[in-house]
Structure formats: C-alpha cells, structure tokens
Design a protein around this ligand. Structure first.
Ligand code: CMP
Length: 153
C-alpha cells in the first residue's frame, strides 16, 4: 500500500553532517520525498510532537535536545512507507538496532539516535499535520510510481 510517513533528522544528525547520508538512504531505497524543511523547533512544537512521552524520566532532556539546534523534517512517500522507513531507521536503542540501519550504523545512544520516524500510519498522519500544511506537501509522479501503483492494485 502506498502511504506517507514522517521523518525528522534530529539536531545530532545536522551537527554531525549526516543529513545527506540519511536522505540518501531514503532515496536509494526508492522512496519519494514529498515535503522537506530545515527548521528550529520551538518548545511548544516539541511538546506537541512528543506528547506521548510527557511524564517519562527522559522527557525533559528529550525536549531540551530536540530544540537545541536545527532539525530537518520531511514527508516520505512509498510502498508501506511507515514500516519500511522504521526498518531503515532501526530500533530506538542503537545497541538493539540492526547494524546496517541508520541508528545501528551511525548512532550509539538513545537520546542521540539521529532520527525520528512515525511508528504507525495513524501516528504518521498526526505527525505530518503537526509539521506541514497541505500546501507544503508536493504531489508529483515518477515513472516508477506508475509501476508501483499498478503492482499494488
Ligand atoms: P524517537 O523515535 O524520537 O522517540 C522518542 C525519543 O525519546 C526516542 O527516539 C529517543 O531518542 C528518546 N528516548 C526513548 N527512550 C529513552 C530513554 N530510555 N532514554 C533516553 N532517551 C530515550
């Protein structure tokens, strides 16, 4: 099923110069970027995005960190994009992440785990709407998309 997911490159990804590497992995897999922006998250947006973690011991540090520097927010479209992007990203704790994943190959700690990706289709819809307006999401077609959509019919 063709779907959209939300992917956020955290401040450590930007600071470490890994934006290109991370986007490249998404593109190489065949996914399509349909929205993207470099932004400084304000506390209000961070608290909304991470509302499910409010009250957890790591929550204050999480909000401090995510607002500490620029992030890159994007919307990624493709076949089973939510599950497949989670797989490219790897487990939350880098020690548990597959060695070839983004976290498994480039991160060492849960707080500095480089990226956030939506964990379910309903979460993706909410997170995309938190960061992007409808006008900021661009629909365009590639030749490969015609093959993909006819294959999934
Ligand atoms: P993310 O996918 O952005 O979702 C919530 C984030 O909280 C998670 O990635 C980690 O960066 C962070 N996180 C989750 N659990 C812990 C933990 N036990 N200690 C520190 N940070 C955590």
């Amino acid at each position: 099923m063709l779907e959209r997911t939300f992917l956020l490159i955290k401040p450590d990804g930007v600071q470490r110069g890994l934006v290109g590497e991370i986007i490249s992995r998404i593109e190489k897999k065949g996914f399509k970027l349909v929205a993207m922006k470099l932004m400084q998250m304000q506390r209000e947006l961070a608290e909304e995005h991470y509302a499910v973690h409010r009250g957890k011991d790591f929550y204050p540090e999480l909000v401090d960190f995510i607002t500490s520097g620029p992030v890159v927010a994007m919307v990624v479209e493709g076949f089973e994009a939510v599950r497949q992007v989670r797989s490219l990203v790897g487990a939350t704790f880098p020690a548990d992440a597959d060695a070839g994943s983004i976290r498994g190959s480039m991160a060492a700690e849960a707080r500095f785990n480089l990226v956030h990706a939506s964990d379910a289709p309903e979460t993706a819809i909410r997170e995309i709407a938190t960061f992007f307006s409808e006008e900021e999401i661009i629909s365009y077609s590639r030749d490969i998309d015609r093959w993909l959509s006819s294959a999934s019919e």
